[in-house]
Design a protein around this ligand. Sequence first.
Ligand SMILES: [Zn+2]
Length: 506
Amino acid sequence: MRKYRIGIAFFYHESHSFSPMKTEIEHFWNEGYFKGDEIYDAYTGTKTEVGGFLDVLKKEGDVEVVPLLCAAAIPSGVVSTEAYSIIEEQMLESIRQAGKLDGLLLALHGAMVAEHLFDPEEHLLGNIRTLIGSDVPIATTLDMHANLSGKMIRYTPLHFGFKTYPHVDMYEQGVNAAVALLKRLKDGLTFYASFEKLPMMPPSINMRTAEGPMHKMIERAKQAEQEEGIYNVSVFGGFPYSDIPMVGASVLVVALDKEKGEETARKMASLFWSVREEFIMDLPDVKEGLDLALSLEDTKPIVLADISDNPLSCGSGDTTELLREMVKANIPNTLFGGLYDPESIEACRQAGVGNKITLSLGGKVSPEFGGPVHTEATIMALSDGVFYNSGPFNQNLRVDLKGAAHIRIGEMDVLLIGRPMSANDPEMFRHIGLEPSAKRILGLKAKNHFRAAFDPLVGRIIYIDAPGIASNRLSIFNYRHIPKPIWPLDNVEYKVEQKGTEIWKQ
Ligand SMILES: [Zn+2]
């Protein structure tokens, strides 16, 4: 029996046009670069998109999995032309080498920007289409923060966006994409994609799906999926730190019934537009946030979330304003982390555990947001920085911080880490002997993903507006390429019906 040969690949980056940290090929090589059979070791059993692809395909007796290439780096500045070109060429070469494929599953992010390309994912999909021809079905997974353009659906209607934020359904969307691909392949189903782009780029601070406007959108999407003829509804909030013409929110309906799909896309877009003001939040500054934390009584830790420097929103993880105020306040039983500072980790390594050391902490990548904090600290513990996520976000995935140090400054514990990484999983602290749930106050470099694992452990969460590249005040950025007018920077008069829905089929 001839088997269906299905390729799987992954190319992930979320790019901040205003970040000074360009993303080079080394970032991908160091953080997540797997070829061929290495992909099984890296992703089998993980709650990731590729983990979902593998679980579906391996159950099918008549499918041969063809692992191609996976390349992922943490959100940061735009991807260099060289890095993008190397990965794209290796991806295309792996497809050429694979021989004839019957289908392709591709985990993408949707908010990558390269130095020379506003929409690298569209570029990649176009090149893959040219290579494999127009008949081979492709299905992708996309982040809820994808800046999707209508061009993406010309290459395939089968795109599946995450429906949770924190993103704890990456695995499920991987499963959905794989199942849809098999339906197209084995049952010959024809899918129609109806796409609506909106003139808005909401900040992500209030985009969690447990409550608020995105909760409403996702509930409506799930209802629509129960209706006859509708296969899948994705709601994309977009990523407002990408300075590109296709920035912002959109809705994509995958349907078996073309008219129903189009009607649903319009209704979803109208609802999205009507709830937009709910995405805006006013946040306390560092001093106000810290005063609020100190005034509260709670049996569980109070979190000060330094959202403007959240590494998964492209923050450098080394801004210092919150750290500086917390060091000054010297509150017993507090923990701050993780601060990206490989130089200080190396200094701690040289000095050795148990010794005192003078350090200049953080403030090195983006000194415009505050210089280093000069302080004396005691070195409590050192580690290689490797742990496995235990919480629901990217569960079981291996994380390598490239070294870590636990230091104590006065009454306060600080975790230094060797590469920028959001404090999204408590194992980041536990692996070196720190228990976040036992603290009174936690200062975390994090935004929303951390809540998947931390919500059960912590009490009040205070989002603070410190200086940083991932600030939720979008007016501080000097945009040059986004469409105008666009909400919330401009007042926009808009009616969904004024622009035709884009529809493509396969
Ligand atoms: Zn996202």
